[in-house]
Design a protein. Structure first.
Length: 285
């Protein structure tokens, strides 16, 4: 992610995936999401239906698990009436334009996340934690950020995953179920952005809260940012400022009418400062 000073020198670190690649991922996401919504009995019935269709085709097939899976996927593709590539690609361009607007996800234009959007680079990574942070996960993914959404409620995370598939954001957003603060292997070690809602923080004891934030700080690259987002019936984001004593708060531009409730706070990690050469020599001595 670019700092505010580097905004005018924005560059892309790597090319974006082609539309055909994104279409293929969209189809796979929709099919897998549909399978996950079925009971075991319904899956078996779908398999039997696929076998019957293969028999009606008249060709002699060597029935294998791979072939059966392929036929099942074809059946689901028909059942969901998924668009062909040409029609999907035209719709996709319009959809992505809409998705990049905060209001598409119900995010207030004055939210601190909107101040980051112009600074993002494709390939930036983000951890987004907590149910109330989900709209921010979608918004960042629509801006080509590689997002991992983390929640401790499997039902809600499944809902997020379904929304990701429906919105064709599967290439950029993955979901992960984990108890708060227990973020194991498989997650990016170094990220540019971390967003967490106040309900997630408030649910922990003071010592656990401090430990969680410290681990998240350690995952954040120099000059990266944290977003503390508000939750209904939870403490205001400012209540957690004491956990970020060495970080810089990025205040919004002055407004004639400030919102009655906090829309969140944006905090920047200090940049790495190289040690003077003389200091390094003295250590070696």
């Amino acid at each position: 992610m670019l700092t505010a000073l580097q905004l005018q020198q924005q560059r892309r670190r790597r090319p974006l995936p082609s539309l055909k690649h994104q279409y293929h991922e969209y189809i796979l996401q929709r099919i897998e999401s549909y399978k996950n919504s079925l009971s075991r009995r319904e899956l078996l019935e779908l398999g039997n239906e696929a076998v019957a269709e293969m028999a009606e085709a008249g060709d002699q097939f060597l029935l294998t698990e791979v072939l059966l899976t392929d036929w099942v996927d074809r059946l689901i593709h028909k059942r969901l009436r998924l668009q062909p590539y040409g029609r999907w690609s035209r719709h996709f361009r319009q959809l992505r334009t809409a998705q990049r607007e905060p209001t598409h996800w119900g995010v207030d234009r004055r939210s601190p996340v909107t101040r980051l959007l112009a600074r993002l680079e494709p390939g930036d990574t983000a951890l987004v934690i907590g149910c109330d942070s989900a709209p921010v996960a979608f918004l960042l993914a629509a801006h080509d950020v590689e997002v991992v959404f983390i929640g401790n409620d499997m039902t809600f995370v499944d809902q997020v995953e379904s929304r990701v598939a429906e919105e064709a954001l599967g290439h950029y957003c993955s979901t992960y179920v984990a108890p708060t603060g227990q973020y194991g292997p498989g997650l990016p070690d170094r990220v540019q952005i971390i967003a967490i809602d106040t309900a997630t923080l408030e649910a922990e004891t003071a010592s656990a809260r401090r430990a969680i934030v410290q681990r998240l700080m350690d995952r954040t690259v120099a000059s990266g940012v944290h977003l503390i987002l508000p939750s209904e019936h939870a403490l205001a984001p400012d209540a957690f400022l004491s956990l970020y004593s060495e970080w810089a708060r990025e205040d919004p531009p002055s407004e004639k009418r400030r919102p009655s409730k906090s829309l969140g706070i944006l905090l920047g990690k200090p940049p790495e400062v190289a040690e003077p050469r003389a200091s390094l020599k003295s250590r070696e001595a």
